[in-house]
Design a binder for this molecule. Structure first.
Ligand SMILES: NC(=O)c1ccc[n+]([C@@H]2O[C@H](COP(=O)([O-])OP(=O)(O)OC[C@H]3O[C@@H](n4cnc5c(N)ncnc54)[C@H](O)[C@@H]3O)[C@@H](O)[C@H]2O)c1
Ligand SMILES: [Zn+2]
Length: 354
């Protein structure tokens, strides 16, 4: 597959699809250090056997480790190893390992070049480009961050063979999001797909997802209005994650959030009921096969009110206003919206149980 070029105000960089990542390791000389998700290292040990273990920092990829303590441990590791400005930092892992590497490479010596081999579906189809990172601070997620893209990204989809179903769905959440905001062929193809987890055509969908994200970040690198469409499905999705104490994985939550906000878009006369139901059907067939029951809808709605993007009593939702087109749509968080949300839950209950 071809190479995707990403234009950035800092420097341009590339995403290359490779058949076997170990071939790419040869290009890194002795002046290289590695930051590797320890689960990935264990699973693919054979392929990493040429690497000097003393030069590897192993990441325990759990949210509670995505903090400044770990960043400082990585920086101490660089210092002890004698990493210099002309060295390369090579990262293997998903979004957690990526976020830690982004900030550590940016802060150390005011920046050292880094290279990324994403190993989860989410990091392959979405987070690997854009240069953004978020580090948790005092129990608040992604509070601290920088923009610092890798110099090159290498996608080897063989890594996906060992992902759990939840981690596979985490990537699908973003791919579904991109498919609904891209040309209609992307969504049509997803609808016709026969197997989603695992999906034999996943490389193609990763490629198309990245292409969509590329358009957005190139037009709006530093997160103003346009980039907010990347939040599609995420407002209700994040609230569901919080409501369930993260028992529901991010991808499932985002897909559910897409369904909720689509329902609101129908009631606001932005999209047709037929279009909403066609997406709902895909969601039910492919990703959320059983109803997500919300015992306390009011509690979930209260969480929405604490979203950091709320201004006054108004929250802007990324919403479809026609097929393949998103707008940023402000709504007052009042009883009317709360009732609409409850109505969505009732109708969805019928939909899943008829
Ligand atoms: N920087 C960004 O733009 C951005 C975007 C979205 C999400 N994120 C962040 O990414 C994080 C989520 O990342 P993620 O979903 O990519 O995964 P992750 O890094 O959270 O890893 C999830 C699990 O998968 C394991 N794993 C990784 N690769 C594997 C493989 N090939 N086979 C088997 N297991 C493997 C990890 O060890 C871990 O247990 C969150 O912290 C989120 O905030 C960042
Ligand atoms: Zn997401």
């Amino acid at each position: 597959m071809d190479i995707i070029n990403i234009h950035s105000n800092l420097y341009d960089y590339t995403v290359e699809f490779v058949n076997d990542f170990s071939g790419k390791l040869m290009k890194f000389d002795d002046s290289t250090t590695y930051i590797i998700d320890k689960n990935v290292y264990e699973l693919y040990k054979e392929k990493f056997k040429e690497l000097d273990k003393k030069k590897i920092f192993f990441v325990n990829a759990v949210e509670s480790e995505k903090n400044m303590d770990t960043v400082m441990r990585i920086i101490s590791f660089f210092q002890e190893l004698g990493v210099r400005k002309n060295w390369s930092i090579v990262c293997f892992g998903g979004g957690i390992t990526q976020d830690l590497t982004t900030i550590a490479s940016n802060l150390f010596l005011r920046n050292v070049n880094w290279y990324f081999f994403p190993t989860t579906l989410l990091s392959m189809c979405d987070s690997c480009i854009g240069g953004k990172c978020g580090i948790n601070y005092r129990h608040i997620k992604n509070q601290i961050g920088v923009f610092y893209p890798p110099k090159e990204i290498f996608v080897d989809t063989h890594f996906l063979n060992t992902l759990t179903k939840d981690d596979y769905i985490n990537g699908w959440g973003e791919i579904l999001k991109f498919s609904l905001t891209s040309d209609e062929n992307f969504y049509d193809d997803l609808q016709k797909e026969e197997q989603y987890i695992p999906c034999p055509k996943i490389a193609e969908y990763i490629h198309r997802g990245l292409f969509e994200k590329k358009k957005i970040i190139e037009a709006d690198e530093f997160e103003s209005d346009l980039r907010r469409v990347l939040n599609y499905g995420h407002t209700f999705g994040h609230a569901l994650e919080a409501y369930t104490n993260n028992r529901i994985p991010h991808g499932t939550a985002v897909i559910w959030g897409i369904d909720v906000v689509n329902y609101i878009a129908v009631t606001e006369n932005l999209i047709s009921e037929e279009y909403y139901l066609s997406i709902k059907n895909l969601i039910k067939n492919a990703f959320i096969t059983e109803e997500i029951e919300i015992a306390e809808p009011n509690k979930l709605f209260e969480i929405i009110k604490t979203d950091k993007k709320v201004k006054g009593n108004v929250l802007s939702f990324a919403m479809l206003d026609k097929p393949s087109h998103l707008v940023v749509y402000p709504m007052t968080l009042d009883d009317k919206l709360r009732n609409l949300f409850c109505q969505y839950l009732e109708k969805t209950h019928e939909y899943y149980n008829h």
